[in-house]
Design a protein around this ligand. Structure first.
Ligand code: ADP
Ligand code: MG
Length: 873
């Protein structure tokens, strides 16, 4: 990045701790120097290649101006007191011929160094860092005439090579930015740069919650600023040659430079306090030194030994600045507008995806329906055809059975006929035998006839036998056919069985398909409901993000307006501050009957004007926002916020509201935690004002207000703070219900303890408080609600009253006298009053007091108390 060797910023590997090396910075650096960035901006520690947080030392170069005509004119009297050793980056400063000191810098520019080289070594790394999103500062420091403006502000109109850092930096920035996505604004002194970026890996630095809320490519805006500063001359006033009006201005400038020097010293020495508030200049440089910016400093010197001391102090300034270490941080914010648009786009996409899925599911369902119908139809057809076939086969079987029956019957008849014929044959044979025997006997002649007849019969028999044979043949073929038919019947029966099992299988398959289809429909329905609920969640998220963005925008707007107004009113209020504090506490003109006392009509006018301004601010800004400022990290803002609250608390109408909105809690926590006297004073004043309201008094006590006020009283000697604290306690004394708690919390002790101040503003408040207490206590005791000696006695109030009643102003004396007379009304106090020598006081009051009520109370006590009467006698 840098051209000069060794100028490249030294980066520490530690993540958040103090940087290594000579420039460690203590943890207790003033809060202003390490303020957290405002929400919702996030500061991300800059990453180097390794991705670690950056500690970056302030880089310092020294530049030597060539001899000018003045130097040349004095040439012979004054030699050059400076010798440069650019190779070792060292500078030798010669005090005289015998002693010289050597100093090492980050870079050493001789009188011949070109403006280009100075830019590239000193400013270019800073500008590049600013373009990456870090704040940066380039600054020149040195005696008048040594070349600060030449280095930083030279325009180089005639000779471009002469252009200084400012022009070159602008050129660099404008050539590196995109006019569509980046914005640059320029003001005198500072250059306020913004770049759009979508860095995915940045997301890894977010918390898990943020990961869930924000999408992967979170739109981020980088907002960095470049400060290029040409300071005033660092020489003593007498050398600056300023006169008259100029000398006053020079003094201020010198003061600012001194403040800057003090801050640099403090940072270089790791001092716990950095006085950045001392001047506007150091406030501007808060981020440049010890802050989050990358900073380069050019210290310019002249060669002449006439200016030895200025040159030496300039060099020392540079040396100290080299020890300052900054922790550079990326200045980026989330771009919610882009984020919102992106999420809206995503919702649109999801919606269309869901619609597409629904359509797909519908068409799938229709297809499955169709398939189911088709399967049902084919199953029905199959059933019908198999039924018809079974019927046909049954019929065929019946026919075959009847045919077989007929054939059997025929066969049976044939058999009967055959048997008959056989019987006939046997009879005929028998007859033949008989005839034979007869004929043999009777007639051999007939033998021939008989033989013929026999032959005929044999022929007939042969015929019958042949017929029988045929019939038998026919019967066996019928039998074969029957067995074939029986076989066919068997086959038909088995095919019917097969078809039935097929039908059963088809039925089973159909059931499965139906079930599967039902499951698919079910899962698709679930998917739809899931998508709907997802959509609802995204809508909710989007809505809450929108609301959040809106709220943050309002909050931010409100706070910015508030700060602006507070700043405007600051200058007005500042002049009135002392007057205001006079009026913070009500002082009593009568006991408990409180009214505002203004020292003059003028103050009253000023006050009412100021009140007007404050109530206007209040109306516009709103109480919650004013109260929020009580917790501001900026002490100035905090002080002004307390002043506003104190003024508001002076109005009866606001007192309860402030407590309701948490204002009292904030004030009490300031009393507890703050170390600042102004905060104590104004906060105690505000609490005093709130304590004027009867219903607030109990709340203040319950929240430990008395204890906190007593604590403040013990810590400070500032009479105005003590006056506020005493006023607050005095107001609480006017509530008899709180007396015991007030005493237990040390309120009475603290009130009496503040007499050590002896201040004319404090004592009347103490006296008023005591009188309030005594009067209320006496009333409670006379009504019989309480018994026993006064709670004031134990803490020494009675003794103090007797000893000091005549020492103070008339009004204070009157309070003390009345308080004393009220104590004298309680018989349980008799012994203590006598022991403290109070009888004398009682007599004096009964005779001399200018007030009728005090005189009467004293007389009443003396007359009604026998112990007093005895003492008087
Ligand atoms: P400064 O701002 O510190 O008071 P300038 O920048 O006004 O000083 O410089 C005083 C004079 O010295 C100017 O005329 C300037 O041109 C001249 N000068 C300063 N530095 C150089 C340099 N490095 N080379 C040439 N001329 C220089
Ligand atoms: Mg100048």
């Amino acid at each position: 990045m840098a051209t000069g060797g060794g100028w490249a910023p030294a980066r520490s590997v530690e993540r958040h701790g103090a940087p290594r090396g000579g420039g460690t910075r203590s943890k207790s650096v003033a809060p202003g120097l390490r303020r957290p960035s405002p929400s919702p901006a996030r500061s991300r520690a800059a990453t180097d290649n390794g991705g670690s947080a950056d500690s970056c030392r302030v880089r310092v170069a020294v530049r030597l101006r060539p001899n000018n005509s003045e130097d040349l004119a004095h040439g012979s009297d004054f030699d050059s007191c400076v010798e440069l050793q650019p190779e070792s980056k060292r500078l030798k400063l010669k005090k005289n011929n015998w002693s010289c000191e050597s100093y090492k810098f980050d870079e050493v520019f001789s009188e011949n160094a070109s403006q280009k080289r100075v830019y590239e070594v000193v400013a270019k790394p800073v500008v590049e860092s600013v373009l990456e999103g870090y704040n940066g500062t380039v600054m020149a420091y040195g005696q008048t005439g040594t070349g600060k403006t030449y280095t930083v502000g030279r325009l180089g109109k005639d000779d471009p090579s002469e252009r200084g850092i400012m022009v070159r930096a602008l050129e660099h920035i404008l050539s590196s930015m995109s006019f569509e996505t980046d914005r640059v604004a320029i003001s005198y002194l500072q250059i306020h740069l913004q770049r759009s970026s979508r860095i995915k890996e940045e997301k890894s630095s977010l918390s898990n919650d943020m990961h869930d809320i924000f999408p992967d490519d979170l739109p981020l805006v980088l907002k960095s600023k470049l400060l290029i500063v040409d300071l005033a001359g660092s020489e003593r006033i007498d050398k600056s040659g300023s006169e008259g009006h100029m000398i006053e201005e020079a003094k201020f400038i010198n003061l600012s430079l001194t403040s800057l020097g003090k801050c640099i010293n403090a940072l270089a020495e790791n001092s716990p306090h950095i006085p950045t508030r001392d001047s506007k200049l150091t406030r501007i440089f808060r981020d440049s030194f010890g802050g989050t910016a990358r900073t380069s400093l050019v210290v310019t010197i002249g060669p002449s030994s006439r200016h030895y001391s200025e040159t030496s102090s300039t060099i020392m300034f540079g040396q100290r600045a080299m020890k300052v270490v900054n922790t550079i941080k990326l200045k980026e914010e989330v771009d919610y507008k882009i984020l919102y648009k992106k999420m809206e786009r995503e919702v649109d996409q999801l919606t269309s995806e869901m619609e597409r899925q629904q359509k797909l599911i519908k068409s799938e369902k229709m297809q499955l329906d169709k398939k189911l119908k088709e399967s049902e139809g084919s199953f029905h057809d199959l059933r019908m055809t198999s039924n018809i076939r079974i019927e046909n086969l049954e019929k065929e079987k019946c026919e075959l059975e009847s045919t077989v029956k007929t054939l059997m019957r025929d066969l049976e008849e044939e058999r009967g006929q055959k048997n008959m014929l056989s019987e006939q044959i046997a009879e005929l044979e028998k007859l033949l035998d008989e005839n034979k025997q007869q004929q043999q006997l009777e007639n051999l002649s007939r033998t021939k006839v008989l033989t013929d007849t026999t032959k005929e019969h044999e022929k007939k028999m042969e015929e019958l036998l042949r017929q029988l044979q045929e019939e038998r043949h026919c019967s066996s073929s019928l039998k074969d056919r029957m067995s074939i038919l029986q076989q066919e019947l068997c086959d038909a029966q088995s095919s019917t069985q097969l078809q039935e099992s097929m039908a059963r299988e088809l039925e089973k398959k159909l059931t499965e398909v139906t079930e599967e289809f039902t499951c698919q429909v079910q899962s698709l329905k679930e998917k739809i409901s899931e998508l709907i609920s997802e959509k609802e969640v995204i809508y909710k998220e989007l809505k809450s993000t929108q609301e959040k963005v809106q709220q943050e925008m309002w909050q931010r707007q409100g706070l910015e307006d508030q700060i602006l107004r507070l700043k405007q009113s600051t200058s007005d209020n500042f002049a009135e501050e002392s007057k205001t504090s006079d009026c913070m506490v009500r002082t009593g003109s009568g006991l408990g009957n409180a009214t505002f006392v203004s020292k003059s009509g003028k103050i009253r006018e000023a006050l009412s004007g100021q009140r007007g301004t404050i109530s206007k601010i209040f109306e516009e800004v709103g109480l919650p926002n004013v109260l929020a400022l009580l917790k501001s990290e900026d002490l100035d803002v905090q002080i002004h916020a307390v002043k506003v609250v104190a003024n508001l608390a002076a109005e009866d109408i606001n007192q309860e509201k402030i407590v309701e909105e948490g204002g009292l809690d904030a004030l009490l926590s300031l009393l507890e935690t703050s170390e600042n006297t102004t905060i104590y004073r104004v906060t105690a004043g505000a609490v005093a004002n709130l304590a004027m309201n009867g219903s607030n008094q109990g709340v203040i006590m319950n929240k430990g207000g008395a204890r906190l006020l007593a604590n403040v009283a013990s810590k400070t000697e500032d009479p105005q703070t003590l006056r506020m604290v005493a006023g607050a306690i005095a107001n609480l004394c006017g509530n008899e219900k709180l007396h015991l708690m007030l005493k237990q919390d040390g309120g009475i002790k603290a009130l009496l303890g503040m007499v050590r101040s002896g201040h004319a503003d404090v004592i009347p408040q103490i006296a008023r408080g005591i009188a309030n207490f005594a009067k209320c206590e006496s009333r409670v005791i006379s009504q019989g609600h309480r018994k026993g000696r006064s709670l004031l006695i134990e803490d020494g109030v009675l003794t103090w009253m007797v000893a000091n009643s005549t020492r103070f102003s008339a009004s204070t004396r009157r309070h003390i006298e009345l308080a004393f007379c009220h104590l004298a009304q309680n018989e349980d106090n008799t012994c203590d009053i006598i022991a403290s020598g109070g009888i004398k006081e009682l007599l004096r009051i009964s005779r001399e007091s200018p007030r009728d009520d005090a005189r009467n109370l004293a007389k009443k006590a003396l007359d009604s108390n026998p112990a007093f009467l005895r003492e008087v006698q």
